[in-house]
Design a protein around this ligand. Structure first.
Ligand code: F0G
Length: 365
């Protein structure tokens, strides 16, 4: 009887984009069902933006609820292929959750370095649940990444699976392929949050490759967004003590800085900053008006879109958004960061287990 692998139905990105990835006959075809994420049409926000089409690429629908799975499946498969004993990463949370899951899936050990006290509870829970060895570094993400790089240099049996690992970027570029495959063309504009700057690098690579392969007749302008308190690329210099409610992008010295600037410039795009208040406003708007509950870092690109759409040139003239197709990349799920949701939303109203009490609380009596 034919053995069902459990991954054949969805394929996963290694299977689906094998021809465009460094997959060999010796690469284990790992998959937790990553990729193939929905491209959802905006129903309400689009009215505020005034563009032709607005879509959300729901990368929070990946197996560990963030976009990291696309690159991690390849990085872990290549680590297994190279007989690594363990994978190692520094992370603001999502990379560690993904590394832990794929390491568990492939039978490798995982060691993750996270900034002490600065990672959202859901992400820590994921790393712990998958059996990763979690080291809470008394420092920020940039400190943790510098140490992780040195550990893997000194001890090569630990495969570093941060986005400085080229396989991460290769796997992540598949999200750009999917957008073109779904739309039948590249969008005009892609709005994306920027932290360590690997993802904007990966999207650009994906869009360029598909353009060169004539799968798309154009390339989008990439419009990246950092948090104002953690905006080294916008400021043009590293930030020693980055601060933002969007802990996923609380990064002062991005590893992929140069390639992000190249992606920005080659695409004719921009990298700008949004404040924490703007991020939280967009976070609530997405949840309340679109039904999309993402984490604060993901909302940064929607905050950016609202800011961009308010510019005079976005309203009228040749740069107007009226004829533009826009995609926002929703990178991670809101459930990863319940602390932020509960700190800022109106909490539950406690009532007696009684019809009249419930009616009264609902304003029905
Ligand atoms: N959105 C989310 C939810 C993230 O977790 C990250 C990065 C980004 C956006 C920014 O992407 O780094 O490629 O520019 N998270 C990393 C981590 C740093 O460790 O999980 P980037």
């Amino acid at each position: 009887m034919e053995r069902l692998t459990g991954t054949s139905a969805t394929g996963g990105v290694l299977e689906r984009y094998r021809d465009r990835l460094p997959v060999t006959d010796d690469t284990p075809m790992l998959s937790l069902g990553e990729g193939g994420t929905p491209l959802v049409s905006s129903r309400r926000l689009i009215e505020r933006i005034g563009c032709k089409d607005l879509y959300f690429k729901l990368e929070m629908c990946n197996p560990t609820s963030s976009f990291k799975d696309r690159g991690m499946v390849l990085a872990v498969a290549k680590a297994a292929e190279a007989n690594a004993q363990a994978v190692l990463c520094a992370s603001t949370g999502n990379t560690s959750a993904s590394a832990a899951a794929y390491a568990a899936h492939s039978g490798l050990d995982a060691f993750v370095l996270v900034p002490h006290g600065r990672i959202a509870g859901g992400k820590l829970a994921q790393a712990v649940a998958h059996g990763a060895r979690v080291l809470a570094v008394r420092g920020n993400f940039d400190d943790a990444l510098a140490i992780a790089r040195r550990v893997s240099e000194k001890h090569p049996v630990f495969s570093l699976v941060n986005s400085v690992n080229p396989h991460r970027i290769e796997g992540q570029k598949t999200a750009a392929f999917e957008i073109v495959d779904d739309l039948g063309e590249a969008p005009d504009l892609l709005f994306i949050p920027v932290g360590n700057a690997g993802n904007i690098t990966a999207y650009w690579r994906g869009f360029v490759e598909y353009y060169q392969a004539e799968r798309a007749s154009r390339k989008p302008r990439l419009i990246g967004w950092q948090a104002a308190g953690a905006a080294p690329i916008v400021r043009g210099e590293p930030v020693d003590d980055p601060q933002t409610v969007a802990t996923a992008i609380r990064i002062g010295n991005p590893a992929s800085w140069e390639s992000a600037v190249a992606a920005r410039d080659e695409s004719g795009g921009e990298i700008n900053a949004v404040t924490d208040d703007e991020i939280l406003d967009a976070y609530h708007l997405l949840a309340e008006e679109e039904g999309i509950f993402c984490e604060p870092a993901s909302a940064a690109c929607v905050a950016g879109l609202l800011k961009y759409a308010a510019r005079p040139e976005a309203l009228e003239g040749p740069e107007s958004l009226r004829d533009q197709t826009i995609v926002c990349v929703i990178t991670g799920h809101g459930l990863k960061d319940p602390e932020t949701a509960l700190a800022t939303e109106t909490e539950a109203t406690e009532v007696d287990a009684d019809l009249a009490a419930v009616e009264s609380a609902m304003g029905l009596s």
